[in-house]
Design a protein around this ligand. Structure first.
Ligand code: MSP
Length: 644
């Protein structure tokens, strides 16, 4: 039985960030683990290059779309190569073979009657070029993203009969409890399917940057929906659609995805495969999201972590270890340099690094770097038993994708080694003339290190090769079988001196994230944002009067639940109907204290949505180190009085 492991294919509208690196690290670790076990394993990654968003990003960059996609795709490939990611194929969805495979799949689904042509009717926001379901609209009409009015648009589309597969999907989830891991994530998928599946629009006529329709359909108005195109990469990479396709690696053993794209992989993807009469993947592994110092990462906050920057500062293998150890698979994780440094110093440097140094030191001192294992069983039966229990427990953790538990357990081996040294104090035994006992302890720990480095190899391939080199053996499938499965001891060690593997990190090696700014949604409060120096930014008086400023009276005020910053206000601007303004001033004003007070309001801002609520204006405020205060008329004025 072979193994096939995949990452999602990454959109080429921006360069790789730490979240992409995480998925790639887990998939790479899993691949290396399977290969260590002797499994014939194929590892696929690549880039997702079609769709309107990519087309738009390319337009903004002023480059032809293909050139733009190629360039960004190359940055992913280069990074994975620098990180020595062991992929077997890097697919691009603009590859001709892929496009042909997608067309072939479309034809098969169409011939089967699973794809039909109809009209798509929905609420369309012209500005965002997106359809929204009615439930997401504000007041049944406005775009939830930009607040503009939506229109009902009817567009011709091909549909995939997703609804037909509802029961088959539910049966598959029930019969295969490991189809979605962690299992805790399965419920949300099951409930979604139980809620009823609507047929899926799988073509678009509103843009052209996509896989064209198969010639047999003779309909070049349409291009394929990007998710149909993208999901099929997992089989086109194996040759699907070619006459001599050898899909011997299919079905995939583990397909890693982030939790945000689980539905596509756990609902659409298996339904497409059922339609193509192909087996379903064994497991879809959905991981959580990474934040930075507790904050969501975003380009606008300037706090996105570049994996390259981290690896330049701390080393890519330390980063792999940290990410896989820090977070239970499936849960969200936080990247903080403090936590990273703590793990480097305590786990890598103290537990693992020191143990190796001690073995190098003691073996050199007591027996000129040559140690044999003849007396280990005699003096260390207890430790060997404990070590074997740990070794036996590891496989289940890795196969269940629980990398943090795997590493946590693995670290018990170092604890056993360190404890044996403390308890048996070889230096005392040497003084007492019990050299065989002293050397048995050193040999025990050398064996522990050898076995631990084999099991740590998939996570830290280079570092563990250095450990193996120091202990004079190689990490491969045969040493795995001998030392881990068959529990043999290495007979003889010719220890080599290697420099310390994990120098302690005393202070952060990268600049800290920009200070977390208070949530500053568009319509929150004016004047809190940094403005260019006045002399650089002179405006005409007419420009000033483009802003309509008015006196408003706050007639209702309430806290927004679950928000630290927002208050929801109803403001009378003398218009007959009050305006709702959502303002980020909760830290500075209580709702009651604002009632019946007056404020200055920017009255002609486009409405925006904050935490699901429309905001139809902005309050003027001034903010410095001491906090924020609202700008108010000096004397009461009629609500709606213009300012200026
Ligand atoms: N192109 C689609 C996938 C198609 S697969 C047939 C896509 N691309 S993506 O580039 O936006 O995201 C790729 C992966 O990165 C997703 O699994 C997503 O969950 C993951 N991450 C994006 N940001 C992330 C974090 N901040 N943290 C962890 N993973 C994150 O979706």
């Amino acid at each position: 039985m072979s193994k096939y492991i995949t990452t999602p294919i990454y959109y080429v509208n921006g360069e790789a960030h730490i979240g992409h690196a995480y998925t790639t690290f887990i998939a790479d670790t899993m691949t290396r683990y399977e290969k260590l076990k002797g499994e014939n394993t194929f590892f696929l990654t690549g880039t997702d290059e079609h769709g309107q968003k990519i087309e738009e990003s390319a337009q903004k960059s002023g480059k032809p779309t293909q050139e733009f996609a190629d360039e960004i795709s190359a940055t992913f490939k280069k990074l994975w190569d620098e990180f020595e990611i062991s992929y077997d194929k890097f697919i691009k969805t603009t590859d001709e073979d892929h496009k042909r495979g997608v067309q072939k799949a479309f034809e098969v689904m169409y011939a089967k009657g699973d794809i039909y042509k109809d009209f798509y009717e929905g609420h369309y926001c012209v500005s965002c070029e997106t359809f929204f379901p009615e439930t997401q609209l504000i007041d049944g009409e406005f775009c939830p993203d930009c607040g503009r009015s939506t229109t009902i648009v009817k567009e011709e589309s091909y549909f995939f009969r997703l609804s037909k597969y509802e029961d088959a999907l539910l049966k598959h989830y029930a019969d295969n409890p490991d189809f979605i891991l962690p299992r805790s994530r399965a419920n949300e998928v099951i409930n979604f399917v139980k809620g009823g599946l609507r047929d899926l629009s799988v073509t678009r006529t509103s843009f052209t940057w996509g896989v064209k329709m198969p010639e047999s359909l003779n309909d070049d108005k349409h291009v394929m929906y990007v998710w149909l195109d993208a999901l099929l990469n997992y089989i086109t990479a194996l040759g699907y659609g070619k006459d001599d396709a050898n899909m011997s690696y299919w079905p995939a053993s583990t397909q890693f995805v982030g939790k945000d794209i689980l539905r596509f992989h756990a609902i659409y993807w298996p339904a497409f495969l059922m339609s193509l009469d192909l087996e379903l993947p064994k497991t879809i592994g959905a991981h959580g999201w990474w934040t930075r110092d507790g904050e969501k990462m975003s380009k606008s906050k300037g706090n996105v972590i570049s994996p390259k920057e981290v690896s330049d500062a701390y080393g890519v293998e330390n980063l792999r270890y940290f990410m896989l150890r820090e977070v239970p698979f499936g849960q969200d994780g936080d990247f903080s340099q403090r936590a990273f440094i703590d793990r480097i110093n305590s786990e890598l440097s103290n537990d693992l690094g020191n143990l190796l140094n001690r073995i190098i030191g003691m073996s050199g001192k007591y027996s000129d770097y040559e140690i044999d294992s003849v007396d280990v069983e005699k003096f260390h039966k207890k430790e060997i038993d404990a070590m074997n229990i740990v070794l036996d427990s590891l496989d289940a953790y890795m196969e269940n994708l629980q990398t943090h538990r795997y590493l946590e357990e693995l670290w018990k081996l170092f604890a056993i080694g360190n404890k044996a040294i403390e308890e048996h104090a070889p230096w005392v035994k040497m003084k007492e003339g019990k050299k065989d006992e002293a050397l048995a302890t050193v040999a025990l720990v050398a064996n522990i290190l050898a076995k631990a480095s084999i099991m740590l190899h998939p996570v830290m391939p280079k570092t563990t090769n250095i450990v193996a080199d120091a202990l004079n053996f190689s990490i491969d499938n045969s040493s795995y079988k001998e030392l881990v499965l068959d529990k043999k001891l290495l007979k003889l060690f010719n220890i080599k001196v290697v420099p310390p593997l994990f120098p302690r990190v005393e202070e952060p090696l990268m600049p800290e994230a920009p200070a977390a700014e208070p949530n500053k949604p568009q319509n929150e409060v004016a004047m809190t944002k940094e403005v260019p120096k006045e002399e650089d930014n002179l405006i005409e008086i007419g420009q000033f009067f483009e802003t309509s400023l008015k006196v408003g009276t706050i007639v209702e005020a309430e806290e927004v639940p679950k928000s630290k910053k927002l208050l929801k206000l109803q403001v009378d601007l003398g218009e007959g109907k009050n305006r709702q303004v959502v303002a980020g001033i909760k830290e500075f004003y209580s709702a009651e204290s604002l009632l019946n007070t007056q404020v200055c309001v920017v009255a002609n801002l486009k409405p925006a949505k904050l935490m699901g609520m429309m905001s139809e204006g902005m309050l003027l405020a001034a903010k410095d180190e001491d906090g924020l205060c609202l700008v108010r008329p000096e004397k009461p004025k009629k609500a709606g009085t213009p300012i200026g």
